[in-house]
Design a protein around this ligand. Structure first.
Ligand SMILES: [Zn+2]
Length: 252
């Protein structure tokens, strides 16, 4: 079930909204990025990790939404990192996250949700370079592994999900523009892109993902209806309407 997408980097996709768990081999062992989603899938992931025979040394959450804050006892009692702003805000969103996990997924170990600690400035055991920005969620982090030609994007640059503006904070259109500039600079070093949800992108598809998110955000900024293949999915009509409304409010 674990698919090796670059040297020492594996991806496992969940049945729930095409969520991707990324497993990164670091100097001392494995780092689990955003493991998820259903309890049975976390259990299968633990089996896959046993087969790799490399210990898990840490977790990393790209942002503080519940589907990126999960864990399973079989991964071990190791530090689970998030950006300092996310780690500071996590206790306040724990209860809501547990509720959403219980409603949306099955068998999730609720007591292990969101137990994150601030990532040290030197990255600790997490290899590569963090690309932090304020789009989608507070202190959202992508992980650039330039030596392995891969970028873990979190909830950006998906082929299935449109950008989803954070309704709790103003200035999200600008935040997305800044985030896409930073991710664009990082993407110059990679051939493989792992989004939080959807298919892994390779080669020219990486630039196409950036272009699609830029086009969507550009249309919101101009008050136009985006031409975007992802909007063919009916269930995204609600999130899209909410984006349009937020963009209109911040423009007004
Ligand atoms: Zn997500």
């Amino acid at each position: 079930m674990l698919n090796e997408v670059a040297d020492g980097i594996w991806v496992r996709q969940s049945e729930w909204v095409w969520s991707n768990t990324t497993v990164v081999r670091g100097d001392d062992g494995l780092i689990l990025v955003d493991p998820g989603i259903h309890g049975s899938e976390l259990d299968e992931l633990a089996d896959d990790l046993d087969r790799l025979g490399i210990p898990v040394v840490a977790g990393f959450s790209t942002h503080l939404h519940w589907d990126h804050l999960l864990w399973h006892a079989r991964f071990g009692d190791v530090p689970r990192y998030a950006m300092p702003a996310s780690a500071a805000a996590a206790p306040a969103v724990l209860e809501r996250g547990q509720q959403m996990a219980a409603e949306s997924a099955s068998g999730v170990p609720l007591e292990l949700i969101g137990l994150v600690t601030p990532l040290p400035a030197d990255g600790g055991p997490v290899p590569g370079e963090i690309v932090e920005h304020e789009a989608h969620a507070l202190g959202h982090a992508a992980v650039l592994l330039a030596d392995r030609g891969l970028l873990i994007a979190g909830d950006m640059l998906s082929d299935v999900l449109i950008p989803m503006l954070d309704p709790r904070r103003p200035g999200q259109v600008e935040a997305y523009e800044t985030a896409l500039d930073r991710l664009d600079a990082a993407a110059g070093h990679v051939d493989v892109l792992v989004p939080g949800h959807g298919a892994v992108a390779r080669g020219p598809e990486v630039a196409a993902r950036l272009a699609a998110d830029r086009a969507y955000i550009g249309a919101l900024r101009r008050g136009e209806e985006p031409v975007d293949a992802r909007l063919g999915q009916e269930w995204l009509a609600g999130p899209h309407r909410s984006n349009v409304e937020l963009a209109r409010q911040s423009a007004g």
